[in-house]
Design a binder for this molecule. Structure first.
Ligand code: PRP
Length: 211
């Protein structure tokens, strides 16, 4: 049986963009373009198999070896610290992790700061470095609502175009770190399938450099 390289691709816009890079690099799977319900796609000639998974699950598939490689945002990698190799910066999915709040927000350091976020570990690290006492409010989406409704003082969240903030009267108070999509790999797959994985990295890396 042919030794496939299996790739966990995040569903959605980022996954579509990254798939285009794989396609240009010679790893296409025609059915990916026409079927949005199937979850497994393969091209036996190119020796590649794609899985479509939830963006926050990519690292789990790769860490446990269900996929040899995958595409994950740096935000997810820093939040969950999976035991994987990070092989490439794909220079797409570019955004920033920011502290945001109402434009008139002033930090009162005599009070515990209430921080709403999807990224509790990342937010905790940021405030620990600043010796700021916080209360984390973990949410799963629509984070911008929290300061508007008084559920939190600030949020730690992704800002891409800045439109969601602007539409909701919020502003960036500080940038925590820049984010982009990374190609990650399972550690033992790197030992046993290195020829295939390095060939993918080299070709997809060239496409990433064109970004
Ligand atoms: C993300 C993020 C912001 C928004 C930023 O949310 O949490 O809400 O995108 O993008 P912008 O700067 O281009 O407006 P997502 O779309 O993942 O939805 P969510 O609210 O369900 O987290």
């Amino acid at each position: 049986m042919k030794d496939y390289i299996s790739v966990a691709l995040p569903k959605g816009r980022l996954g579509d963009r990254v798939y285009s890079m794989f396609e240009s690099a010679g790893y296409s799977c025609e059915s990916m373009r026409i079927n949005d319900r199937r979850l497994v796609f393969e091209n036996p000639d190119a020796g590649i198999r794609f899985f479509r998974v939830k963006p926050t699950d990519v690292a789990i598939y790769v860490e446990r070896g269900a996929a040899d490689i995958g595409i994950a945002g740096k935000d997810v990698l820093l939040e969950y610290s999976p035991d994987v190799y990070e092989l490439l910066d794909l220079k797409t999915g570019i955004c920033r992790m920011c502290v945001c709040g109402m434009s008139d927000f002033r930090d009162d350091r005599s009070r515990t700061l209430r921080v709403a976020t999807k990224f509790p570990n990342l937010a905790r690290r940021y405030y620990d470095e600043r010796s700021r006492e916080i209360d984390i409010i973990k949410l799963n989406g629509s984070i911008e609502l929290a300061p508007i409704l008084g559920l939190s003082d600030v949020i730690v969240d992704i800002v891409e175009t800045g439109r969601t903030l602007a539409e909701n009267g919020l502003t960036v108070l500080d940038t925590v770190l820049p984010i982009s999509a990374r190609l990650i790999a399972n550690k033992s797959a790197c030992r046993f399938k290195w020829d295939g994985i390095s060939a993918v990295c080299e070709k997809v890396g060239k496409e990433a450099d064109k970004q």
